[in-house]
Design a protein around this ligand. Sequence first.
Ligand SMILES: Cc1cc2nc3c(=O)[nH]c(=O)nc-3n(C[C@H](O)[C@H](O)[C@H](O)COP(=O)(O)O)c2cc1C
Length: 444
Amino acid sequence: MADFDPHSFRDALGQFATGVTIVTARAADGHPVGVTANSFNSVSMDPPLVLWSLARASRSMKVFEQAETFAVHILASDQDALSNRFASRDVDKFAGIDYGDEGAPLLENCTARFLCRTRNQYDGGDHVIFVGEVIEYDHADKPPLLFHGGDYADKKKRPPLAAGSAATQIEPAGQPVPDSDGDALVLYGAEGRVATITLNRPGSRNALADDVIAALVSALERAEADPGISCAILTGNGASFCSGGNIKDIKAMTAEQGMSPTEIEKWYSEGIQRIPLTLDAMSVPVIAAVNGHAIGAGCDLACMCDIRICNQDAVFAESFLRVGIIPGDGGAWLLPRIVGMARASQMLFTGEFVKAGKAVEYGLVSEVTAEDQLMVRAQELAAQVVQFPPQAIRMAKRLLKDARTQTLPENLAQAATMQGLLQQTDNHREAIDAILEKRKPDFS
Ligand SMILES: Cc1cc2nc3c(=O)[nH]c(=O)nc-3n(C[C@H](O)[C@H](O)[C@H](O)COP(=O)(O)O)c2cc1C
């Protein structure tokens, strides 16, 4: 590579705002491929030529190299979830999408579409440049999805997703509840006694950058501090739950910033480790609704929650050894307590990717849902939790958490104290009266 600082080079390139496209093609055996790409541009009006470039590492490369046609879709501003999906690996990108029976797959609701005949392929360094001759196109009067500085650039202008819109249907995290600031790193919403906390950096697959960590911790503290909240759901916006720490930032700690062992130790203890400590100290039960990838610290984040469910696209990996480090955020402590030592060891030492089906077999999640049912199910579970008296829910969680470090006599003593308190409450008496009188309880 040229003697550039890769971060500053990427930042410089990121100054160029682009549109976001999905380019699709069909393999000879009929299976569709598609990738999110912002390298699209027009070349010539006569003949009508366009180009885009595809990383040689792309899993779709072979199909694009052999396809006679490809279709470029310029995405509309509300199609960021679709963009994230097609930028993900190990997901069924076309699940639930009607894309036609032959030729390059065609997606709906875009700003413009260009069906192209592959004309030339050029060496583009670590990419291959594809030039296509446009044979058909259509367009709609919709604002485009823009990309700038490593993230979608138009969030503030984007209208809220309409229920039932195409974007809502493909949004695996369900519709997040926006705070007053639609551009927040983490979204916080409360409905009844349930708080929904949504990591909101889909462009980076919800990586746990320093500012995201701080925002997540304060959202969790907000739920815990609100006596009106009795259960929280943690999920990610876009196609991933959380991709963990940003490995380039982690490398830069020593490669560029020359951080000493003590400084790195402090970075962990004052940074990412605040998340497991905050979640561990909470009395409000937290349900992880794992949409898509939960990798490295993202896998550990799910493990920090009390209940884990995932959609069928979910992939977990305790992938730290792949980058020559260990779980710095409690994974080695959490994972064996959930899946047992043998499976935790297998996940840690092999870095294996555990897909949804295997995750449920491992006991890593309790349920797998269809892609668009994840938030529905998470909300159902939360509703079951919050039907109970608030004080009892919080004490039950504490009793369960504290038991990890207690002897049986200590746990029994704590349970007796808690029971002494709970049995004085009106809610306890109301719960019993409601059962005896066969009616719904009315808790305060
Ligand atoms: C906004 C955005 C723009 C992207 N642009 C390109 C691009 O122009 N070329 C490319 O090869 N990958 C690009 N990517 C990354 C690919 O979408 C991503 O690597 C994807 O996983 C490739 O899919 P595949 O490996 O299944 O083929 C982009 C991703 C995003 C989020």
